[in-house]
Design a protein around this ligand. Structure first.
Ligand code: NIG
Ligand code: FE
Length: 416
């Protein structure tokens, strides 16, 4: 019964649709004043104006939530994170403060490799409980679905361990956040394969892709396609094989150096390309191919890299999503509020576009736009309640949370 819920007197604000919104569609939100949403067994069964819900006992078998004075939005979808890992890298952060670059730390054996060492030393329960802590924090900022990547094992056992941690968290009853898993075995070259990156790609193709797929441990396959990490050619080889195994494709594309990752994503029909200091040709190719351009402003902020050209991407007809990239290295932040502020201030996205990017387009970046990302009949009852009836406070609250309630599948989780 607890998943039967009626929220009434709300100002409902939502994108509309069951697929990614592109270009100018991104700014079109539906607003319903004095609105009601009915959720039955976790699924939305009515959205519209109030039907007299104020009257006592109107629907006896439903919990009632009076949202007068508040905005109701779809739950946020954080479609790019690395939240399952061991250890931390605060020391590297201070090296960066002293002028070292992210890539130079990686080149001398730190960076991702250092988290790999720490993650290989974790057991299942420790890894799970650290990851669970991140999920709780995300939920307080309104996240109801998150994508999580492997990529801190880089060997058979630890890659599978990371994915099994996510599966276990996802199988929990009454979870606050749904998890979509991505296999990122090609996150860095493990030291066992030093100087043999093609052989490592062979290992991923031959051994890991079938194992991950047969175990149904991940839906997507990702690669860190970057100068000094995996080349365009190696990324293409891995992702083509992954596609044949039935994985959906994602790329860390053009994060530091613009190598042509966006173009590769378009060529392969990837679901999304993420980060994206993309060229003009790359932007056009993504728009034409329907690749979701996933922008990660917190990482650009933390690494002092230029922000991706969100405005140009939308004006070129791309579907843009926003995500946090929470990870222990380049961006130890899962802050949705700061993501929103940076997108509006530095990527020149409107508030409406930012909302679409974090809801429906985030869902599309996980191939879930048919189930989540908007407040429409048939979708999951995942929402957030803001502390105001004015959604313009979202970027105005710079780095501060204005979510007072996260609702997952019709279950209420007040934010303390
Ligand atoms: O998206 N660049 C690759 N992966 C992450 C960083 C991972 C790490 O530094 O641990 C990113 O920036
Ligand atoms: Fe990332």
């Amino acid at each position: 019964m607890s998943e039967n819920l009626i929220i009434f007197n709300a100002r409902i604000v939502t994108p509309i649709g069951f697929s990614a919104r592109k270009g100018e569609e991104m700014s079109q939100l539906q607003v319903i004043e004095n609105g009601t949403v009915e959720v039955t067994k976790g699924i939305i069964t009515y959205v519209g104006e109030n039907r007299g819900e104020d009257r006592d006992g109107y629907y006896q078998h439903y919990w009632h939530y009076n949202a007068r004075g508040h905005c109701l939005l779809p739950g946020f979808v954080d479609s790019h994170t690395h939240f399952v890992f061991g250890g931390e890298r605060s020391e590297e952060f201070s090296w960066r403060l002293n002028g070292e670059s992210y890539m130079s730390i990686m080149e001398r054996g730190g960076g991702i490799a250092s988290t790999v060492k720490a993650t290989r030393q974790m057991n299942f329960l420790k890894l799970r409980s650290a990851a669970e802590g991140f999920l709780k924090r995300m939920s307080t900022m309104g996240v109801t679905t998150v994508e999580g990547k492997s990529g801190y094992g880089l060997d058979r056992e630890t890659e599978l361990l990371q994915l099994k941690v996510m599966r276990s968290l996802n199988n929990t009853e009454h979870k606050r956040v749904d998890i979509v898993s991505t296999f990122l075995g090609a996150h860095a070259l493990p030291e066992e394969y030093a100087g043999r990156s093609d052989e490592y790609i062979d290992f991923l193709i031959r051994e890991m892709l079938p194992l991950v797929r047969d175990g149904e441990l991940a839906e997507c396959c990702d690669v860190f396609c970057e100068q000094g990490v995996f080349s365009i050619e190696q990324s293409r080889r891995l992702l083509q094989a992954a596609k044949e195994h039935g994985f959906l494709l994602k790329l860390h594309a053009d994060e530091i150096v613009s190598l042509g990752g966006a173009e590769l994503a378009a060529e392969l029909g990837a679901l999304s390309a993420d980060h994206l200091h993309a060229s003009d040709a790359g932007i056009r190719a993504m728009a034409d191919a329907g690749v979701v351009a996933t922008l990660l402003p917190l990482t650009a902020f933390a690494l002092k890299e230029p922000y991706a050209r969100g405005r140009e991407m939308i004006d070129s007809g791309c579907a843009v999503a926003l995500a946090t990239d929470l990870n222990p290295g380049s961006c130890f932040s899962g802050s949705i509020p700061l993501t929103i502020a940076l997108a509006c201030i530095y990527m020149k996205m409107s508030i409406e576009e930012t909302i679409t990017a974090l809801t429906l387009n985030g869902a599309a970046a996980l191939q879930r736009a048919d189930r989540i990302g908007s407040i429409e009949v048939g979708k999951q009852g995942d929402f957030i309640v803001l502390n105001s009836d004015n959604y313009h406070i979202l970027p105005y609250y710079i780095g501060m949370n204005c979510v007072i309630m996260t609702i997952k599948g019709g279950m209420l989780y007040p934010v303390a």
